[in-house]
Design a protein around this ligand. Structure first.
Ligand SMILES: *[C@@H]1O[C@H](CO)[C@@H](O)[C@H](O)[C@H]1NC(C)=O
Length: 302
């Protein structure tokens, strides 16, 4: 299946989407797609099948987000902690990711009619996480997909892969410290805003809504820095069973709490202040060096 599924809303769902859209919809939603394994167990199928259906659900959810006019989505695909699962399951997940990235790339290369809907919809895909923890062939595919879609500016899909929030923060601190050591930064430049810009998510606004499925009520080391002011919604449904009604319910909750969220977010933005020239230069160099390492991966022999 493609990364985005053709719209399948019936008229009543379509109508509800229209009504919800007349209010404020979040500009960025983050998902913890939890429950694929329990779904497999419940339905007596292999874990791989559960994960595969989980991917299909992602494709469907992305289409709903497009229908709703939500320009950015971040999903937790694979945590660094997941490496501790059985070798068989880790291999199966890597295999699934490989298939999906290959599909994304091949559809672009071979013809212009059946391009992945991701390209058709102008989606920019970004993988956030420590790529060096992944097998070489997947790293290369990820780099290719990111380079292929990097000029798409309409909508954004961030895939957290080999990701945990605390590793991301440690990485950001290391980046800032190395800037100070090289005299590219002064110690006083190391502010909240600077660290935000050193995170893997530096180019994204913070998610306004975080949705976790499967009834678990915790954040599991996901976007801890970025969700400090977000509305958080826990849905009591396994991810492959997530429906548009769950998504709409989450957005209604967000709309109800939006009035309270605004002052917090504004205070947050005020605290961020403005950039000096040194910091701007540092960020420009950081972005350039990230792109350069993608190019390098892209040209590496897998
Ligand atoms: C990624 O993880 C490796 C191994 O734990 C570590 O050495 C490296 O510094 C990390 N890279 C980044 C960018 O955090």
């Amino acid at each position: 299946m493609s990364w985005i599924r053709a719209s399948t809303l019936n008229w009543i769902q379509f109508l509800c989407v229209k009504i919800i859209k007349s209010g404020r919809v979040p500009k960025h939603i983050a998902f913890i797609m939890d429950g694929n394994r329990r779904y497999a167990q419940k339905n007596n199928v292999r874990k791989f099948e559960g994960h595969s259906q989980g991917f299909d659900k992602l494709a469907e959810t992305l289409q709903w987000c497009l229908d709703l006019g939500i320009p950015e989505v971040t999903v937790y695909a694979f945590s660094i902690e997941n490496f501790k699962r059985s070798q068989e399951e880790v291999d199966a997940l890597m295999e699934l990711s490989q298939q999906k990235f290959e599909r994304l790339l091949s559809e672009k290369m071979f013809c212009c009619f059946a391009r992945d809907k991701l390209m058709e919809h102008g989606v920019c895909i970004r993988v956030i996480g420590n790529l060096s923890l992944l097998p070489q062939n997947i790293r290369k595919l990820i780099a290719q997909a990111m380079i292929l879609t990097k000029d798409n500016k309409k909508t954004f899909l961030n895939v957290a892969f080999a990701y945990t929030a605390r590793e991301e923060m440690a990485q950001a601190v290391r980046t800032a410290v190395s800037g100070v050591e090289r005299d590219a930064l002064q110690l006083s430049d190391v502010t909240q805003q600077l660290l935000s810009n050193c995170l893997y998510t530096s180019t994204s606004p913070d998610p306004e809504l975080l949705i976790r499925t499967s009834g678990e009520v915790r954040l599991s080391d996901y976007l801890l820095w970025q969700v400090s002011c977000s509305c958080i919604y826990f849905a009591d449904v396994l991810w492959p069973e997530f429906s548009i009604w769950h998504l709409l319910a989450a957005i209604i909750k967000y709309q109800r709490s939006y009035a309270q969220l605004v002052p917090v977010q504004q205070a947050d933005e005020m605290a961020n202040g403005c950039l000096n020239e040194r910091i701007s230069l540092f960020h420009t160099c950081l972005a350039a060096s990230r792109l350069a390492s993608l190019e390098e991966l892209n040209h590496a022999v897998a």
